[in-house]
Design a protein around this ligand. Structure first.
Ligand code: SAH
Length: 223
């Protein structure tokens, strides 16, 4: 038997276990979200020497001192966005590209912004390898969003901010949803769900505690 084929089968099994034990068992119910986690190979997005740990119930280090988030936390945030297949979505904090790859399975178009050039290259390479064609990666300060493609049906912020950036709220469609970790410390936040209810009105809910790397930018933390 071919070693590579064996390895891929074992990753597929671990992926199924992850979905059952880390996601379903903890209450993730959105079938599109679960299907995306069954499809996207997380081992492709972690550094090569950590492939064996790809399905652990934890964040893992990626280049630039950043992390690929814990699968459950990503699933929880994606579920809050109540995504539909026709949606156009903005992600802030591309990192490895894993969350963008998950989004690409669920919605029509994904725009993702990353401030570190090294990670822009890292994510683009991996998204191309797995054949993602509906994801666009931009190198810039995502605390300002990506105005050229706005408005978005949903926005996912994958880094922690001192407050909800005004630029991001304004890039939502009416009835659009934004999920972002917000906290007064650089390393601890609560998930905040923002819904745009009108041209100048928003509803905001504070949810579970999380620990993300900081959002560094004009409408985030200082360098
Ligand atoms: N979604 C990623 C998780 C990345 S961690 C994944 O699935 O792997 C958060 C990322 O946000 C880091 O890569 C960090 O460099 C990036 N980041 C921090 N501040 C940012 C900003 N203002 N704009 C864009 N990216 C930012």
């Amino acid at each position: 038997m071919n070693y590579a084929v064996n390895e891929e089968e074992s990753f597929a099994e671990r992926r199924e276990e992850m979905v059952a034990q880390q996601l379903r068992a903890r209450g993730v119910r959105d079938t599109a979200v679960l299907q995306a986690f069954l499809t996207v190979p997380r081992e492709q997005f972690v550094p090569h020497n950590l492939r064996a740990s790809a399905y652990e119930d934890a964040p893992l280090p990626i280049p630039g001192g950043q992390t690929i988030s814990q699968p459950y936390v990503v699933a929880y945030m994606l579920s809050l966005l109540a995504l539909r297949p026709t949606d156009r979505v903005l992600e802030v904090g591309t990192g490895s590209g894993y969350a963008a790859a998950l989004l690409s399975q669920i919605v029509a178009e994904v725009y993702t912004v990353e401030r570190q050039a090294e990670l822009v290259a890292y994510a683009r390479k991996r998204l191309a390898e797995i054949g993602c064609e509906n994801v666009w990666v931009y190198h810039g300060d995502g605390s300002l969003g990506w105005p050229e493609h706005a408005p978005y049906d949903a926005i996912l912020v994958s880094a922690g901010s001192p407050e909800v950036p005004q630029a991001l709220r304004e890039q939502l469609v009416i009835n659009g949803r934004l999920v972002i970790p917000v906290g007064s410390s650089r390393r601890q936040q609560r998930i905040v769900l923002v819904q745009r209810t009108g041209a100048n009105s928003y509803r905001q809910q504070h949810l579970s505690p999380v620990a993300f790397v900081p959002l560094i930018g004009v409408q985030g933390w200082e360098e």
